[in-house]
Design a protein around this ligand. Structure first.
Ligand SMILES: *Cc1c(COP(=O)(O)O)cnc(C)c1O
Length: 226
């Protein structure tokens, strides 16, 4: 299947409330151009340098999503234009994003990354850390960042029930936070979950953004070190 055909097929399979992000990491600008010609405007990258380099040469109406771990010293490279940062997991990082947003005279939208998968990870918040951090964020009074929801990755497993349970638990946490803290805030509305092998389950469990790479662009080639 071509990139265009894959995009059309995935879009057709998604419910109306679920938006597709094409994860273009490790794929060349030419692949993004093909997806762009097929109507894609939301692209996800997990490395700051790669994201910034692609943004410079590709159409300006692309909405760039930062989906990978973000180091504070690199925030400045994407702060002028990034559409949504999916991977915020500390107040310190958020304070840096806020500072860079002020310099650029804009508001930067972000999600809190929840670590739900079985695999060990240094990144993401455990579910019990999310509410305390939201309390901290509220009292920190940061005016140039806007919390739009939660992001998560499910376990890397073939057990579909386990994946569904994980997505469901994050969706439940999302609904709780929405009602307890953001009932009157329209911006808090996004749930970013689902990748190539599990985006259908995620969409069924209420995902509003699925992040799909391989199923659009094919396998990534990790052998070349560009
Ligand atoms: C790479 C990546 C994806 C896309 O993964 P695929 O399996 O290629 O669809 C989604 N989310 C994050 C955070 C990623 O790093």
């Amino acid at each position: 299947m071509t990139i265009t055909e894959s995009i059309q097929q995935i879009k057709a399979s998604l419910p109306s409330g679920t938006k597709l992000i094409a994860v273009s990491k490790m794929h060349p600008a030419s692949a993004i151009e093909e997806a762009y010609a097929a109507g894609m405007r939301d692209f996800g990258e997990n490395k700051v340098q790669e994201l910034a380099a692609k943004a410079e040469v590709l159409p300006k109406d692309i909405r760039w999503h930062m989906i990978g771990h973000l180091q504070t010293n690199k925030v400045k490279y994407i702060a002028p234009f990034v559409h949504l940062i999916h991977s915020v997991d500390s107040l310190h990082l958020l304070q840096t994003i806020n500072k860079e947003a002020i310099k650029n005279n804009r508001i930067i939208n972000y999600l809190l990354e929840v670590h739900i998968a079985q695999e060990e990870s240094k990144f993401g918040l455990s579910p019990v850390q999310v509410v305390p951090l939201i309390e901290e964020i509220k009292s920190a009074d940061l005016h140039n960042v806007r919390l739009c929801g939660l992001m998560c990755m499910a376990s890397n497993t073939d057990n579909r029930d386990e994946i569904r349970q994980e997505f469901r638990s994050v969706a439940t946490l999302f609904k709780y936070i929405k009602s307890a803290y953001f009932a009157d805030d329209e911006a808090f509305a996004q749930l970013s979950m689902g990748m190539s092998h599990d985006y259908q389950i995620a969409a069924e469990e209420g995902s509003t953004y699925v992040r799909v790479g391989t199923a659009i662009f094919g396998q990534r080639d990790y052998s070349t070190n560009k």
